[in-house]
Design a protein around this ligand. Structure first.
Ligand code: DLL
Length: 434
């Protein structure tokens, strides 16, 4: 199930030659068309003709989210508005959103990237797929939409929310594929179990989940609930949205569409480029994007890139599942904690439901972490000894994985918030005097 064998299984030397050719073009394009890039490159003493090898990319300065905000809305666009055919924006929680534009050729490339990812895990003309990402300024829904249409799937553009109706369509249309965030896929499965229809009325076989992290433990839970096979796909709006990388059937890393992206891994503190195989912050350069070309964009996402060929036959490099975002990483009493570490402990314990929240507080001079998690059986709260033993077991496990003590609060089933888009698991109350 390889959509574009010529590219996806290309010899690495040929792929790198293609990347270099495109990188040279991209550097020239940015230098000529985007004033901010021109200025930055001048200041760094690098001109496009200095790019002779792929590693010469290191001479080009990084681009950050703040650069998009500072040039809001269209300052980093590489094409005039008459050539822009689509505009999306990120769902930033503070300040102005970051706005991205696509030319016709960008949209074609986007569909191609998505087609590779979805076809590679079995989506084709026999697929009936419900897209439960929010349609709108978010890149997720339309990105998957066009890629799935390209491979011939019947696309049901449900959007997120309206969950009861979503389930009705699933039953009535015999939908066999779901596109959603892992947290929404999980929520829908719980709702389906409660909705009074037998699970045999649902026919989901494939979950194309992405846009937020999902530990293997959480993935197993979603797979069990729906009886479907789940794969992960990754991207970010600034570099074009979903389609940057996705798992194949091996699920041993997310294959990067390297003919469209050049990826590096850096030390997030020093900005130094790390050796292949090291874990650090992913930095992405777009190689064909005209609407909003990105040079060395700092994603803040923590991962590792594996350049070994995959068992599936593809030669494209694979990135590990995102470990977390460097800005989501919690520093608690000097120790780095990723919410995904907590998730890996909680999800999979049979007494616990898959819903949790991390609350960080400052008490006196010390930071504290409270982990709230739902019980499957609320009755445990009445059975003192059992409750104590469970508390202790979770706290011990958390301590051994995180290296710090966390307070565990067990709650009744269905008391923590559910999410239709990306889940918000962390409540950081430090700085609010709480
Ligand atoms: O979430 C694009 C996307 C849509 C990807 C649908 C996949 C599927 P943004 O809203 O700009 O774009 O958010 C990008 O989300 O920097 C990561 O921190 C996180 N993220 C995206 N995909 C994954 C994933 C879209 N598969 C930010 N695993 C990124 C973990 C992810 N985190």
């Amino acid at each position: 199930m390889i959509w574009n064998k010529e590219i996806e299984c290309m010899r690495r030397a040929d792929l790198e030659a293609l990347q270099l050719e495109r990188l040279k073009w991209m550097a020239r394009f940015c230098y000529d068309r985007v004033p901010l890039y021109h200025k930055r490159m001048e200041e760094a003493g690098v001109t496009p003709d200095k790019i002779k090898t792929l590693s010469d990319i290191r001479h080009i300065p990084f681009t950050n989210k703040s650069d998009l905000r500072d040039t809001y809305p269209f300052g980093l666009f590489g094409a005039p508005l008459k050539d822009i055919v689509r505009i999306h924006a990120s769902s930033g929680t503070t300040g102005k959103p970051t706005v991205v534009g696509y030319t016709k050729s960008d949209l074609d490339n986007w569909s191609e990237m998505m087609a590779r990812i979805v076809y590679g895990v079995g989506a084709n003309e026999d697929t009936i797929v419900q897209i439960a990402f929010g349609y709108g300024m978010f890149t997720g829904a339309l990105g998957l939409h066009y890629g799935l249409e390209k491979v011939g799937a019947a696309v049901v553009p449900c959007s997120s929310g309206n969950s009861e109706k979503q389930l009705m369509f699933m039953r009535d249309f015999q939908t066999n594929c779901l596109v959603a965030t892992p947290s929404y896929a999980l929520y829908l499965s719980e709702l389906a179990k409660e909705s009074g229809y037998p699970m045999s009325d649902y026919h989901l076989r494939l979950g194309l989940l992405g846009s937020e992290g999902c530990t293997p433990e959480m993935r197993d839970q979603i797979e069990r609930n729906w009886g479907m096979f789940v794969t992960d796909n990754y991207g970010l709006s600034e570099t074009g949205g979903p389609g940057m990388s996705g798992e194949c059937m091996e699920r041993d890393g997310l294959h990067i569409n390297e003919d469209f992206y050049l990826c590096e891994v850096i030390d997030p503190d020093t900005g130094e480029v790390l050796e292949p195989g090291s874990t650090g912050e992913l930095v992405v350069t777009t190689l064909t994007k005209e609407g909003i070309p990105m040079l060395r964009y700092r994603t803040k996402d923590i991962t590792r890139i594996n350049y070994e060929p995959c068992k599936c036959g593809r030669t494209t490099a694979r990135m590990d599942k995102i470990k977390g975002r460097s800005d989501d990483m919690l520093k608690i009493r000097g120790v780095n904690v990723f919410p995904s570490q907590v998730e890996s402990v909680l999800v999979g314990m049979e007494e616990l439901g898959p819903h949790y929240q991390l609350v960080v507080r400052r008490e006196g001079y010390a930071d504290t972490l409270e982990v709230k998690v739902e019980l499957i059986d609320g009755g445990v709260l009445e059975r003192y000894q059992e409750l104590e033993a469970l508390h202790r077991r979770i706290e011990d496990k958390l301590k051994s994985v995180l290296g710090i003590v966390a307070k565990v609060s067990l709650t009744q089933p269905k008391t923590l918030e559910r999410f239709q888009g990306k889940a918000k698991r962390v409540l950081d109350l430090r700085g609010e005097g709480k």
